[in-house]
Design a protein around this ligand. Structure first.
Ligand code: PMV
Length: 315
């Protein structure tokens, strides 16, 4: 039997992070330059039910049962088997690899889960619909983050720009004119659960102030959607800058993020902000395609460990 494989892109949040946890909208887009991949080979000579997992990127080589019960790969595979009502699958080896940087806001965990869910369900001859894939990936996301909004599994499963509101059906929207984003990674790892928890503690201490900030972020996100839909790209830069000011008020920006954001603006970016959980991780800048490379160079000079230049466009 030939190997079956599936891949999933990374993602980046353009507008609305953190506020999305409190019911406001967010906009996220796929990032195709990096990917997670899952490949499955049948093992006809092994005993029924034998599942071997190889993930060399994280030095993992194990059977399913040897993994701890809460291991994300084990949970993901067991959830797929349960959803498909398969108790003893034909023996197989699953190989997982990913070029998506870990824990930096690019959705590496969700991308791995989605590639695995697609590969395992296809191998079992029961490929799942996108919404089912996304729902199953959400269950694994909960292991990582506790109370994820669901934005990562949604944008990565559907692999198209999304306007996301927790608990609401996915909304996509047309992108009239493509635009270029540069992602700059501070190289500093932060925990999503911790950052979301920190914001929650501050919100509990001053709900009126934080609700007002979330409202303002929600308004910018709605306006950004309109601007993207109508190709009014000149409006987007100032919106990124405004969103950044609000994220600073949430207390999640850091001097390193600020340094990269300032460097991007000085190198000609139309606007810039942190992206995702903050406390480290990534920032994004909006640029003309012609000066994307020089902004990337400026980001490295300001301490970025990695940059990705990506185009946001209609899939
Ligand atoms: O995974 P990141 O870094 O893109 O951040 C998650 C985005 C949050 O809004 C902070 C949390 C969430 O679950 O949406």
């Amino acid at each position: 039997m030939p190997a079956i494989s599936a891949s999933a892109p990374a993602k980046i949040i353009l507008f609305g992070e953190h506020a999305v946890v409190y019911g406001r909208p967010a906009i996220a887009v796929p990032v195709d330059q990096v990917k997670a991949r899952a490949a499955i080979q049948a093992e006809p000579l092994a005993r029924q039910g034998m599942v071997k997992i190889e993930a060399p990127d994280i030095n993992l080589s194990s059977t399913l049962e040897q993994l701890s019960p809460g291991h994300p790969l084990r949970v993901t595979i067991e959830n797929v088997l349960a959803a498909l009502k398969v108790t003893t699958p034909p023996a197989f080896t699953l190989r997982v690899s990913s070029t998506i940087p870990l824990a930096s806001g690019l959705g590496s965990g969700a991308a791995v889960s989605i590639a695995v869910i697609r590969a395992v369900s296809a191998f079992l001859g029961k490929p799942l619909a996108d919404q089912q894939v996304s729902d199953l990936a959400y269950l694994t996301e909960k292991l990582y983050h506790g109370t994820p909004s669901g934005i990562d599994n949604t944008v990565i499963t559907f692999a198209r720009p999304v306007y996301f509101m927790a608990g609401k059906p996915i909304q996509t929207f047309p992108i009239l004119r493509p635009f270029t984003i540069i992602i700059g990674d501070t190289g500093i790892c932060s925990s999503t659960a911790q950052m979301v928890g920190d914001v929650r503690a501050r919100w509990q201490a001053d709900p009126a102030e934080f609700e007002a900030i979330f409202d303002s972020i929600g308004s910018i996100t709605r306006e950004a959607r309109q601007a993207i839909e109508h190709g009014q790209l000149d409006d987007l830069g100032p919106m990124l800058d405004e969103n950044q000011v609000l994220l600073q008020r949430l207390g999640i920006s850091t001097p390193q993020l600020k340094r990269l954001i300032d460097a991007a603006r000085q190198a000609g970016a139309a606007g810039a902000k942190l992206s995702g959980k903050g406390g480290g991780g990534n920032m994004i800048a909006l640029a003309d395609p012609q000066n994307a490379q020089s902004i990337s160079t400026a980001l490295y000079a300001a301490g970025a460990v990695r940059t990705i230049i990506t185009q946001v466009r209609q899939p």
